[in-house]
Design a protein around this ligand. Structure first.
Ligand SMILES: Cc1cc2nc3c(=O)[nH]c(=O)nc-3n(C[C@H](O)[C@H](O)[C@H](O)COP(=O)(O)OP(=O)(O)OC[C@H]3O[C@@H](n4cnc5c(N)ncnc54)[C@H](O)[C@@H]3O)c2cc1C
Length: 374
C-alpha cells in the first residue's frame, strides 16, 4: 500500500467518522506507519451498501456490521464528535473528552432513513437484530410500498420483489425518471424495465402527503397513503422510506460554518484540504465534490488525503484528486442489475457478480473487493 515513513511524536492524525472513507484513510495511514486515531460514534463499521439485502434476507445483516476494535485495536475510539477547535487543535467528544490532532481527516458522511442507513448508536448485535426484525415485518406484509425512487428506493423495491415475488410491491416516486440524475437515460430506463418485469407497480410523478403520520418499517393492516395529485389513496400494510439523505455536519458546523456548501458538505481544494486549512481534509460524502456520493469515490478520496498527509510530512508534492466519471451500479435483486462505469453501460451479467454472494466480493474488477482488513 505504501512505504513507511518515520515521523516525530507530535504527529497524530484524527479521523472523524469510520464509514467507507474513514476506514480507507485509517488503513492507508496504518500502511504508512503514521500514528492515527479513528473516531466513530458506533462500535462497528456498517456496510450500508448491502443494507437492503440485509432487510429481506435473514442472516445477512451480521455480515454487514464489522467491529472497529477487531481491526484497529487501540487506534479506534468510540465517541460522538461534537466540536472541533482549530486553534488548540482538539476534537471534543460528547463525553467532554478532548483528542489532540496535528492533522484532521473529516469523514462524517451522510445519514438517512433506516434501512438504507443505520442511524442509531447502539451495540452492533442490537443493530443486527433491527435488520432481522425488519425481515420479519416484510415477511408479514402482503402489500409493501417503497416511498422514494432514487437509487436506494429502486434497489429496495427490487430486493423485496425478488425474495418475495408473491407480495404486491409499489414504488412511489415524485419524479418521472427513476434512480439518480447522474445516470445515463439508458440505465434509468433499464431500471424501470427491470422493476416492471418483476411486477413492481410504479406510481410516478406523485408525492405522498401524509408520510409523517405513518410509522415506517412496521407491518400494520390498512395503512393509507395519500397522494398529492388526483386525491388517490394507496392502501398497504408496510411502508419503507427511501427518501431524505443529509450530510452529517453537526461535528464541524461551528468550526467550519464559512466553508460549508449549501448541502452541509465541506468545500475542499484539489488536494481535498478544507479551503484555507492545510492540515484538515474532508473526504467521502461530507466533501463537496461534483460527482455522485458513493462508497467507491469515498475510498479514493481517503487514499488521496492520507497520501497528502504523508507527502506533507516528508516534503513531497501533494496528490491531486480528479473527480471520476460516473460509475454507479444498481443491484436489482440478486439476479438482476444495471449500472454505468465511466460512461459504459453495464448489464445484468456484471450485476449478478455484484452483491450476489458475499458483500463486495466481486463488485468490480478494480479494488473494491477489500473493504476492510479483517
Ligand atoms: C442503500 C444504499 C446503497 C448504496 N449502494 C452503493 C453502492 O452500491 N456503491 C457505492 O459506491 N455507493 C453506494 N452507496 C453510497 C455509499 O453508501 C456512501 O457514498 C458511503 O457510505 C459514503 O461513505 P462515507 O464514509 O463518506 O460516509 P458514511 O458511510 O455515511 O460514514 C460516516 C461515518 O461517520 C460516523 N459519524 C458521523 N458523524 C459523526 C460524529 N459526529 N462523531 C463520530 N462519528 C460520526 C458515522 O457513524 C459513520 O460511521 C449506497 C448508499 C445507500 C444508502
Amino acid at each position: 500500500m505504501g512505504a513507511k515513513v518515520s515521523v516525530d511524536e507530535s504527529v497524530r492524525v484524527v479521523i472523524v467518522g469510520g464509514g467507507f472513507a474513514g476506514i480507507a484513510a485509517a488503513s492507508q495511514l496504518k500502511s504508512f506507519g503514521i500514528p492515527f486515531l479513528l473516531v466513530d460514534m458506533r462500535d462497528a463499521f456498517h456496510h450500508n451498501v448491502a443494507a437492503l439485502r440485509a432487510s429481506v434476507e435473514s442472516g445477512f445483516a451480521r455480515k454487514t456490521f464489522i467491529s472497529y476494535k477487531e481491526t484497529f485495536q487501540d487506534n479506534f475510539k468510540q465517541g460522538k464528535v461534537v466540536g472541533i477547535n482549530l486553534q488548540t487543535q482538539l476534537v471534543t467528544l460528547e463525553s467532554n473528552e478532548e483528542l489532540p490532532f496535528s492533522h484532521l481527516i473529516i469523514a462524517t458522511g451522510s445519514n438517512g432513513p433506516f434501512p438504507g442507513k443505520f442511524n442509531k448508536v447502539i451495540p452492533k448485535d442490537h443493530a443486527i437484530q433491527l435488520y432481522e426484525d425488519l425481515v420479519k415485518e416484510i415477511q408479514k406484509a402482503k402489500h409493501v410500498v417503497v416511498v422514494g425512487g432514487g437509487s436506494t428506493g429502486v434497489e429496495m423495491a427490487a430486493e423485496v420483489k425478488t425474495d418475495y415475488p408473491e407480495k404486491e410491491v409499489t414504488l412511489i416516486h415524485s419524479k418521472v425518471a427513476l434512480a439518480d440524475v447522474q445516470l445515463q437515460p439508458s440505465v434509468r430506463k433499464t431500471v424501470k424495465e427491470i422493476l416492471l418485469r418483476k411486477g413492481v407497480r410504479l406510481i410516478l410523478a406523485q408525492k405522498v402527503t401524509n408520510l409523517n403520520q405513518v410509522t415506517p418499517n412496521v407491518a400494520q393492516e390498512n395503512i393509507e397513503l395519500q397522494l398529492e395529485k388526483n386525491s388517490e389513496v394507496v392502501t398497504c400494510d408496510l411502508v419503507l422510506c427511501c427518501t431524505g439523505f443529509n450530510i452529517s455536519s453537526s461535528s464541524y458546523s461551528s468550526a467550519f460554518g464559512d466553508k460549508m456548501a449549501e448541502d452541509g458538505s465541506l468545500k475542499v481544494n484539489e488536494y481535498l484540504q478544507v479551503e484555507g486549512h492545510a492540515n484538515v481534509y474532508a473526504v467521502g460524502d461530507c466533501a463537496f465534490i461534483n460527482e455522485p456520493k458513493m462508497a467507491y469515490n469515498a475510498g479514493i478520496h481517503a487514499r488521496v488525503a492520507a497520501t497528502n498527509v504523508r507527502n506533507s510530512l516528508i516534503g513531497k508534492s501533494l496528490k491531486t484528486y480528479i473527480p471520476g466519471a460516473v460509475s454507479m451500479l444498481l443491484s436489482m435483486g440478486r439476479n438482476d442489475g444495471v449500472g454505468q462505469f465511466n460512461g459504459f453501460y453495464l448489464g445484468s451479467f456484471f450485476m449478478i457478480m455484484y452483491k450476489s454472494g458475499d458483500i463486495f466480493v466481486s463488485k468490480s474488477w478494480k479494488d473494491m473487493g477489500q473493504v476492510m482488513p479483517r
